[in-house]
Design a protein around this ligand. Structure first.
Ligand SMILES: NC(=O)C1=CN([C@@H]2O[C@H](COP(=O)(O)OP(=O)(O)OC[C@H]3O[C@@H](n4cnc5c(N)ncnc54)[C@H](O)[C@@H]3O)[C@@H](O)[C@H]2O)C=CC1
Ligand SMILES: N[C@@H](CC=O)C(=O)O
Length: 828
């Protein structure tokens, strides 16, 4: 050949297989025909499943006839559907209608015979079950021919010969190839429509390939026709990283190896059936999983190489339910050869398929996961097989537990990669999922864990997120959308897109509670919380809120309490015990009754849920975290002193005698610096609470009653309600002015100061400080917290900055949330 001539383009032989959803009605069949006619392959075969729902209908017809029940109406409905499709599809439908009538007549005869005999043979039932493919393929073929396509119609029962074995239908390749050669001699067309699912057995009788048989047919015929590619068309974008009904963020996978596809297929996450792949694997035939309704999407390519450029070690996750754990336990099993053989022989004899096996090196127990429907039989089989050992107490017992699911992580990249199991187990632990049994094959391509089914969806999502297959998803409930709460919700709303795109964190606002109302949201993806509050609320109940948060399959749940409510704080330990994380600027828990605070700590320690409250002291300032760092690194606290109230700081920074003190208090309230009840600020209670929180953080069992507090509230207003107090604020003006003038006379400034000694002595009071004192030079709402410690002894460590206001406080709460997300595994 002249080397200057370029090689002719390689001619492609392509096999296609269309599932029932792709052939559900005339419109879809027309669309499929369009795809086939547009295909540039030199040779083409198209294998068809039955129209959507038809096989189930045929199985039901067979069952009804076998039981002597009514089947004629259902048969008529089925036949009518195919006739109507033919009329809608073809301009000249008569020939096809005659064929449909003949096939329906054959079906009626088979069903009539079945209902008379009541004990139909396998052949009769399989002829009934396989009729859907014969009908659908005839429809597609007739339509293609009418549109000018040069297609032959191949009834697989003429060519494909199989033998049924325990492992499924086995192809007689030689006989089938000979039959195909004969058929091709009679059908010279380069394109063919092939019926899926059906075949004939070695006696020449019609049979089927079993469930998922159409995919298998497609791989067999692709092999017989020596195709270069097999395209399997369905209604999804190829193979996804997990079941999208449970993980909506599941991603389509570009490529995977045959082995990965087999591992992922086990629990049927809409992946190809493993059996389908055997003819393809034998020939190295690439399989492309594609979406009929998005033909422009490349789908997933399955071949020997897989995805060499895969980003992570785990390709996808599968989850299987309705399983049970059956365990044989006994000291007498240790070191005894043949125990495993006896276990599996007993299960085999009882026809029980074992899903997963787990045995620790102690050999003290062997556990198997089996299908729930077979669990009791499995337990009894083991009890029988080990009856002697049970009687002699060498075996302590055979236990069975239903309600088990198996979650598996799959990927070629897992082999030889350290840390994959650690990441999976860590994600499960953080999502509070207990692992009942573990199995990993020596191929290292699959790590499977048996877990309680109640945890299954949460576990799947947590592990999906841990391998960066989806964002770290956190369900939120916000209580008290007041000044701080609203600012927080706005900040969240603004940050959501960035958190998602840059840090893979997906925050879902699933509940929003005011004092009287509660809004629950199913999905919680959008954060337009003000719009949500226009919707219909539920009755406010903190029980409903927690149940709703836990109902979700999202792996992590957080309550953010932005109220100042004591009754909300009373619920923290219960939420923490249930695994719900709690974040709050509310001081009622940190400074409330000591027993309650201890109960919160105990619940947190037991469940592993986090309790974060940085904003309770210094709003957005890192006061508590600084103290924790000092103590955690081994420093010793000698004293804490400072200005802890943004409101009082602002008031005394501003108060120069020009404006009445009461007017300044009203301004501070309007600016959002004060507590919801400003008496808490002016009475010194708010500052005392903060001191108690810091004391407890330092390990001192302090309560509010232990703090010496100077209240600025006049005697006459102390018993008044909030409104009366606000209305009578002018009563503060004269005494405050007198205090100011007295201080000034001594060249001092007035500041409200908190002090905690190492021996637990605690006081909060209005003090006259020399004009050059650092606390006399603060600005606006500045807090200034000075830690004197063994290391910071001569010169204390000082944290200073704005200590009140909705924006900065909300930012403090938000930081707690992000730290929590990082602790849960998000990359920040
Ligand atoms: N404002 C600030 O600068 C700072 C405030 N904080 C704390 O933040 C929290 C909120 O303060 P603000 O937003 O200023 O007060 P706010 O009064 O504006 O908001 C509190 C909200 O909680 C609601 N609420 C009260 N009881 C409730 C209940 N049982 N269930 C549901 N909702 C309830 C109220 O109706 C209100 O909407 C308080 O605990 C406060 O001590 C902490 C640091 C600084
Ligand atoms: N009212 C408080 C708010 C922060 O805790 C203050 O003024 O500091």
């Amino acid at each position: 050949m002249d080397s200057s001539q370029s090689a002719p383009p390689k001619l492609l032989r392509r096999a296609h297989k269309f599932g029932g959803s792709s052939l559900a009605d005339a419109g879809r069949i027309r669309h499929v025909a369009g795809l086939l006619l547009a295909d540039d392959a030199s040779n083409q075969i198209a294998v068809s499943s039955a129209m959507h729902g038809t096989t189930n209908a045929l199985v039901a017809l067979g069952d009804a006839a076998t039981a002597g029940g009514e089947w004629k109406d259902a048969l008529e409905t089925l036949c009518q559907r195919h006739r109507e499709t033919a009329r809608a599809l073809l301009e000249q439908p008569d020939a096809l209608l005659a064929k449909i009538d003949a096939l329906c007549g054959e079906l009626a005869d088979l069903l009539q015979a079945t209902s008379l005999l009541r004990q139909p043979g396998r052949t009769a039932l399989e002829r009934i079950h396989g009729m859907g493919e014969v009908l659908s393929t005839s429809l597609l073929h007739a339509h293609l021919v009418e549109r000018g396509g040069d297609y032959a119609l191949l009834d697989a029962r003429e060519v494909l010969v199989v033998r049924h074995t325990d492992l499924g239908a086995v192809v007689d390749w030689e006989q089938s190839a000979r039959n195909l050669a004969d058929w091709r001699a009679r059908h010279p067309q380069s394109r063919a429509n092939v019926t899926g699912f059906v075949a004939r057995d070695e006696r020449g009788l019609p049979t089927t390939l079993g469930r998922n048989g159409s995919d298998y047919s497609a791989a067999i015929f692709a092999s017989l026709f020596e195709a270069d590619e097999l395209h399997i068309w369905s209604d999804v974008d190829g193979v996804l990283s997990a079941d999208p009904r449970l993980v909506p963020e599941a991603v389509p996978l570009a490529a995977m190896s045959y082995r990965e596809a087999c591992e992922l297929a086990y629990f049927g996450a809409k992946v190809i059936h493993p059996q389908t792949m055997t003819p393809a694997i034998a020939r190295g035939l690439p399989i492309l999983m594609r979406n009929t309704f998005r033909p422009e999407f490349p789908g997933t390519r399955i071949d020997a190489d897989g995805d060499r450029a895969a980003a992570g070690p785990v390709k996808g996750l599968t989850l299987g339910g309705h399983l049970a754990l059956v365990c044989l336990e006994g000291a007498g099993l240790i070191g005894v050869p043949g125990t495993a053989e006896r276990v599996f022989a007993a299960l085999h004899a009882a026809h029980i398929s074992v899903v997963m096996i787990s045995q620790g090196s102690s050999e003290h127990s062997i556990c198997c996961v089996v299908h729930e429907r077979e669990a009791a039989a499995a337990r009894d089989a083991l009890r029988d097989a080990f009856a002697r050992e049970l009687a002699g107490a060498q075996v302590q017992g055979v236990t069975m537990q239903a309600g088990i699911s198996v979650l598996a992580a799959v990927g070629d990249g897992m082999a030889g990669t350290p840390g994959v199991a650690a990441r999976m187990f860590d994600a499960l632990a953080r999502a509070r999922v207990n692992i009942r049994a573990i199995a990993q094959g020596a191929s290292e391509r699959n790590i499977s864990v048996a877990i309680d089914s109640a945890d299954a969806a949460r576990a799947l999502r947590a592990v999906h997120a841990a391998f960066w297959l989806s964002p770290q998803t956190i369900a939120l409930a916000v209580i008290g959308p007041g000044k701080v709460g609203s600012a927080l919700l706005d900040q969240l709303q603004a940050a959501l897109p960035r958190l998602r795109s840059q840090h893979n964190i997906d925050l879902r606002l699933r509940a929003l509670a005011t004092r009287n109302q509660l809004w629950l949201c199913e999905h919680g993806g959008d954060a337009d919380w003000r719009a949500r509050m226009q919707g219909t609320p539920s009755e406010a109940s903190l029980d409903t809120l927690a149940t709703h948060l836990l109902d979700t399959h999202l792996p992590h749940a957080v309550v953010i309490d932005c109220s100042a409510s004591d009754s909300v704080a009373q619920r923290y330990s219960e939420w923490l015990a249930a695994g719900i994380h709690v974040i709050t600027p509310n001081k009622q828990a940190g400074a409330g009754p000591l027993e309650r605070f201890e109960a919160i700590r105990a619940a947190r320690a037991k469940s592993g849920a986090r309790f974060r409250y940085e904003a309770t002291v210094g709003a957005g300032l890192p006061v508590i975290s600084t103290l924790r760092d000092l103590l955690d690194t081994g420093d010793e606290l000698l004293a804490i002193e400072g200005i802890f109230s943004g409101t009082l700081a602002w008031l005394f920074n501003k108060f120069d005698g020009e404006k009445p003190f009461s007017e300044l208090v009203r301004e501070a309230h309007a600016l959002g610096y004060t507590e919801p009840d400003p008496r808490d600020d002016l009475s010194g209670t708010d500052v005392a609470r903060k001191l108690v929180i810091l004391a407890r953080e330092s390990g001192m069992p302090l309560s509010l009653g232990n703090v010496a507090v100077e209240s600025l509230v006049p005697e006459t207003l102390r018993g008044a309600d909030r409104d009366t107090f606000m209305a009578g604020l002018e009563l503060l003006d004269a005494p405050m002015l007198a205090r100011l003038e007295a201080a000034r006379a001594k060249g001092c400034a007035l500041r409200y100061v908190a002090r905690l000694e190492r021996d637990g002595k605690a006081s909060v009071a209005l003090r006259e400080l020399p004009a050059d004192h650092a606390f006399a030079h603060l600005r606006l709402t500045d807090n200034c917290v000075s830690f004197t410690t063994r290391r910071y002894c001569d010169n204390p460590l000082v944290v200073q900055g704005p200590g009140a206001g909705p924006e900065v406080t909300a930012a403090g709460v938000f930081s707690d949330l992000l730290r929590l997300a990082a602790a849960l595994g998000a990359k920040l």
